[in-house]
Write a protein that binds this ligand. Structure first.
Ligand code: APR
Length: 392
């Protein structure tokens, strides 16, 4: 069996790419390891940048988010010394976030891809990606019945996320791997409770960071900085709410709306960038190309940005016989990936100070306070913050 573009993974990257290729009449096949029900239920991100909404709108993929998405333009910083909020619709380029749970976007993108006649195989795991240095790459996948199938293609798009296989097909010496373990871990929580405030809230506290962000009318996302290797099951609902109330200074600013904790998992803050994010006929997109910490809600937005760039490049090559955009894919994406990485790194150091009372920790926490004060007092800094926080 063969197709023109083999897409590994049906997350935001693979589904946006597939929809754009299908709309341009390019033959493609998406292979997704999980079931449809699983990917449509998997709660991940939910803050869509303006560029992401533009791409989805321009390609007829935004019906759901325009109907149910909610504009968001305020973030609030709470420390033991002060609280202030930034309305970023009046800052930077005046862009705002659209809050729309990622699983809802994935659901919409799957439905649209199938409506466009796209071929999407669920419960089909790609085991190998071969001959990406030739003009006849091929993959081996295993379907739900355990049968092995071979698919030939002209191009392979590795949209298989943080734990994907496609990037392993790239010869080790052919790419630079940039990695950083930020040494910070978050207990990522989903609570069945309405949001406690109209803003995204970042609480900076000596006990550690706590975050609050809306997901839907009835579910709210919270984060609690925790020790590396922490067992999420060691956190009862009671202990979670007590710690959230403490770090968000509920006694001073009002109680949080509590409810059952639906999901708890530990996320280790790590960054990873490959350079280049292409090799021969393999092109990496989204988390498969670069991993970013959730501290600035960039992951899904980078995935959609790269998917648009790659779709346009593949269409230029396949329809207009112009190979230049494809050759330039990595250099078109990497500067924006690094800009997002830099901002995310700055956010990590704004929200977290190292524990301990040695000189280094005490000094770095003083820098953290100065960072927060600069953001609080300087309009120029707020413009720069807004441009990076919402932009891609
Ligand atoms: N074969 C087939 N599918 C695979 C394989 C494989 N070997 N390995 C992974 N997948 C699938 C996963 O099941 C997942 O559905 O690839 C998809 C990758 O999707 P994401 O992890 O969502 O990655 P991406 O599309 O790059 O989106 C990036 O979205 O997940 C959020 O915020 C998160 O930053 C992340 C962003």
């Amino acid at each position: 069996d063969s197709t023109t573009v083999l897409i590994v993974g049906a997350g935001p990257a693979g589904l946006v790419l597939g929809n754009l290729l299908k709309a341009a009449g390019v033959d493609c096949l998406i292979l997704e390891r999980q079931s449809r029900a699983y990917v449509e239920r998997r709660a991940r991100a939910g803050f869509l940048a303006a560029n992401t909404v533009r791409i989805l709108e321009e390609n007829g993929l935004a019906a759901g988010l325009l109907r149910d998405g909610r504009q968001h333009d305020t973030c609030l910083f709470r420390s033991e010394h002060a609280e202030f909020e930034l309305k970023y619709s009046g800052l930077g380029r005046g862009e705002v976030h659209t809050v729309y749970p990622q699983q809802d976007l994935v659901r919409d993108l799957i439905a649209e891809f199938l409506d466009r006649g796209g071929e999407l195989r669920f419960e089909t795991a790609v085991a190998e990606v071969n001959d990406i240095g030739s003009d006849r790459p091929w993959i081996v996948c295993r379907n739900a019945d355990g049968e092995l199938q071979r698919w030939n293609g002209r191009y392979v798009a590795g949209c298989d996320g943080r734990h994907g296989v496609s990037r392993q097909a790239v010869p080790v010496g052919a790419v630079r791997q940039y990695r950083r373990d930020h040494g910070i871990s978050w207990l990522a929580l989903l609570a069945e409770a309405p949001q406690s405030m109209a803003a995204v809230a970042y609480a900076i506290h000596d006990e550690g960071f706590a975050g609050h962000m809306a997901r839907s009318a009835s579910v709210t996302r919270y984060y609690l900085q925790c020790a590396r290797g922490e067992d999420p099951q060691g956190w009862s609902d009671r202990r979670i709410w007590d710690e959230l109330q403490l770090r968000m200074q509920a006694d001073r600013y009002g109680p949080l709306h509590q409810g059952p904790i639906l999901e708890r998992r530990v996320v280790d803050m790590a960054s990873h960038v490959m350079d280049p994010i292409q090799y021969g006929r393999l092109f990496l997109v989204g988390d498969a190309a670069s991993l970013i910490s959730p501290s600035a809600a960039k992951g899904a937005n980078l995935a959609v940005m790269e998917a648009e760039i790659l779709a346009k490049a593949l269409i230029a090559d396949l329809r207009d016989d112009d190979e230049r955009p494809l050759a330039r894919y990595s250099e078109d994406c990497l500067p924006r990936i690094w800009r997002a990485q830099e901002f995310s790194h700055w956010m990590i150091n704004l929200l977290h100070g190292p524990a301990g009372n040695d000189d280094e920790a005490v000094f770095l926490r003083a820098l953290q306070r100065a960072r927060l004060e600069s953001l609080r007092n300087s309009r120029r800094h707020q413009d720069h913050f807004a441009e990076n926080y919402v932009g891609i």
